[in-house]
Design a binder for this molecule. Structure first.
Ligand SMILES: Cc1ncc(COP(=O)(O)O)c(C=O)c1O
Length: 298
């Protein structure tokens, strides 16, 4: 699955530190921390019906990630929201929009690793693009040799721009002819796929790995909330690949692709033996939330 260029994005305006510029002019300095060390945090958000979905949850994760990385002069949520809404309004984006929100440690006075070289405050980038959910109706997965970070190395609860291990997992998937790569944790249990969280459904029970070595996804949390609200049995637990191979249904979650069916993992077809169509039920409940909730663009 490869995204294409959308002509509608040809002349979009991008916000950099509150200044709106044409996409061709939207640049950061070669001294910026994101160039120097991938030293940045980010969020992917979606706009539905004039509202930014789960905005407060995304801002909380962004602020926590920046604080955990010891960023200084982190912009307030009010400042970030202002830049975000200004960007959406300038591009007349009220639906079918994906936002890539990036906060870097900022520009350095000279190249180097030391955060004390950052004396100009953070860099805030709001990149909003026309992008309806990008995944096809169902996808295939292949297990990667690359393990997902855990707190012993780099805590996956920080949503940072050091994406090389995820990118390597995606390369493994591309080479295997699959849409995404499954990343295991250090004990061999499934952590997540390279850019989305994973769920399996066994005999009607919705299961997902503990958020120990995966990003605690906002869509993932919402699915667990939907299960609780609707008396759908669910659990977070260690799950092996075999439990995914033999599940009745498997799906991915993420802001970019919402809920996506997985039809095959490592050459094993996912076969529903239970005849319970739980995933369709979850999709309907999720869509209902996107229709009514979110922060209005003001
Ligand atoms: C590695 C990874 N896992 C999962 C997700 C999905 O998270 P969310 O549901 O918050 O979009 C993302 C999204 O950025 C991601 O990068």
């Amino acid at each position: 699955m490869l995204q294409g260029f959308n002509e509608k994005n040809k002349d979009i305006l991008v916000s950099i530190n509150g200044k709106l510029v044409h996409r061709d002019e939207a640049k950061v300095s070669v001294f910026d921390s994101v160039v120097q060390g991938g030293d940045a945090v980010w969020e992917g958000l979606r706009v539905y019906n004039g509202r930014v979905f789960s905005l407060e949850e995304h801002l909380e994760r962004l602020q926590n990630s920046a604080h955990a990385l010891c960023f200084k002069e982190i912009p307030s949520n009010e400042t970030i929201k202002k830049a975000l809404f200004e960007t959406l309004k300038a591009n007349e984006m009220m639906d079918e929009t994906h936002i890539r929100l990036t906060l870097t440690r900022g520009e350095k006075i000279t190249s180097g690793m030391d955060p004390r070289l950052n004396q100009k405050g953070c860099t805030l980038i709001v990149l909003a693009e026309w992008k309806p959910p990008v995944y096809p109706p169902s996808i295939t997965l292949a297990t990667s040799t690359i393990r997902r970070n855990n707190p012993m190395f780099l805590d996956s609860k920080i949503h940072h721009n050091n994406l090389l291990n995820n990118i390597l997992a995606k390369i493994d998937a591309n080479n295997a002819g699959a849409d995404a790569g499954i990343m295991l944790d250090m004990n061999g249990f499934v952590a997540e796929a390279n850019g989305v969280n994973l769920f399996c459904i066994r005999k009607g029970v919705v299961l997902t790995p503990f958020a120990d070595a995966c990003l605690p996804g906002i869509t993932r949390a919402l699915i667990l909330e939907i299960c609780a609200e609707n008396n759908i049995p669910y659990a977070e637990k260690n799950l092996s690949l075999v439990e995914f191979y033999t599940a009745d249904e498997v799906f991915t979650t993420g802001t970019m692709g919402e809920l996506t069916n997985v039809k095959e993992i490592d050459g094993r077809e996912i076969m529903n033996k239970s005849k319970i169509e739980r995933l369709e039920e979850l999709k309907i409940l999720f869509r209902a939330k996107t229709k009514v909730s979110g922060t209005p663009i003001i």
